[in-house]
Design a protein around this ligand. Structure first.
Ligand code: BTX
Length: 326
């Protein structure tokens, strides 16, 4: 696989021009026959390679996949994304992440799939994850923090994703507490943070990220068509999923390093700056009650502070919120 990566790097640098078989075999230090075999392997992975006598090989199209090769090529993180588990079809990447975390997977391990057949949201809701159209991944972190701080990592992930989207596309998303990323009030991203912990200490935090990237409106199931959107709907062109994921890994790693060193301050500040709900009048529906009032901000634990009309400040740990029309 190292050889294959070098080969891909070579073709990528050639930017669609031919690379001669001789040059490849010199650079890889293997025979022309071995080169041909590696080319065949790449073809099996979905790369379309053209071979022309006396000119050599050139890459015509890359597969529309977020395979390990695509993700590792040019990835400049230290940890996040460096250990990758790639699958075509899974029930849920969260499920695999839980198992791998238990088995001792290193920090920064990412599980990515082209499709999820039982992708999940919060409270046992469903997350639609159709094939080749989105980013469906779970990231394993192992911060030495108490369990009640784990929600901070949801907010950290949200900030990293917004920044990455702004870098890779022209879309300017908003964050809705606690875990939604919206464009024009439609859901673009869902984040689901789960953890393995005892009372005092987190063992692992598993951040599940679902991003609608290249779906067209008609790809969405009818029950979410009115409330969902994708990057390509907003951009009106296809977006490279691997490039987006790489940008997320980079942003996330730098925020995470700062978080471990200096605490939640920077993430909190950035998160509040991207949030559409803070400073507004909102309605929060918790499992027990519906509360309307002014969203004052978030605490250091990522808890939403909601002041009702009697001046009572409620600490909201989990709820669905919407902007109030009053
Ligand atoms: P949530 O509970 O906030 O949102 C779930 C709700 O969002 C659903 O009830 C539905 O209304 C709507 N919805 C479902 N699918 C989509 C979609 N593709 N786009 C927009 N809206 C949708 C959000 O939960 C957390 C989702 C995390 C998903 C990731 S994907 C990788 C990882 N694996 C896994 O099983 N879950 C996470």
């Amino acid at each position: 696989t190292d050889i294959r990566r070098t080969l891909l790097e070579m073709f990528t640098n050639a930017e669609g021009e031919y690379v001669s078989g001789q040059r490849i075999s010199d650079l890889l230090g293997c025979s022309r026959t071995a080169v041909w075999k590696h080319i065949e392997d790449l073809r099996k992975e979905g790369y379309e390679l053209e071979a022309v006598r006396k000119k050599g090989y050139r890459i015509v199209t890359k597969p529309n996949k977020v395979s390990t090769n695509e993700l590792l090529l040019g990835l400049h993180t230290k940890k996040i994304g460096q250990n990758l588990h790639y699958e075509e079809t899974v029930e849920s990447t969260q499920k695999i992440a839980h198992r791998l975390a238990q088995e001792g997977a290193v920090e920064g391990t990412v599980i990515v799939a082209e499709e999820q057949t039982a992708g999940r949201g919060r409270l046992a809701r469903k997350w639609y994850s159709p094939k080749y159209t989105g980013v469906w991944m779970s990231i394993i972190l192992r911060p030495a923090i108490p369990p009640q701080h784990a929600p901070q990592l949801t907010l950290l992930a949200a900030v990293a994703i917004v920044q990455a989207i702004q870098e890779v596309t022209n879309v300017l998303p908003d964050i809705k507490w606690p875990n939604d990323i919206l464009v024009n009030n439609k859901k673009l991203v869902g984040i689901l943070t789960e953890m393995q912990a005892d009372v005092e200490q987190v063992h692992s935090v598993i951040i599940g990220v679902g991003i609608n990237v290249n779906q067209k409106l008609e790809h969405f199931d009818s029950d979410i068509q009115h409330l969902a959107t994708s990057l390509s709907i907003e951009e009106q062109k296809e977006v490279n999923r691997a490039a987006l994921m790489q940008a997320i890994f980079l942003k996330m790693e730098s925020l995470y390093e700062d978080y471990l060193e200096n605490g939640f301050g920077l993430v909190k500040h950035l998160w509040e700056s991207y949030s559409i709900s803070i400073g507004k009048r909102i309605i929060a529906r918790t499992l027990k009650a519906t509360i309307e009032g002014h969203a004052k901000g978030i605490t250091n634990d990522g808890v939403l502070l909601l002041e009702d009309d009697n001046g009572t400040v409620h600490h909201i740990h989990s709820a669905d919120i919407e902007l109030s029309s009053k």
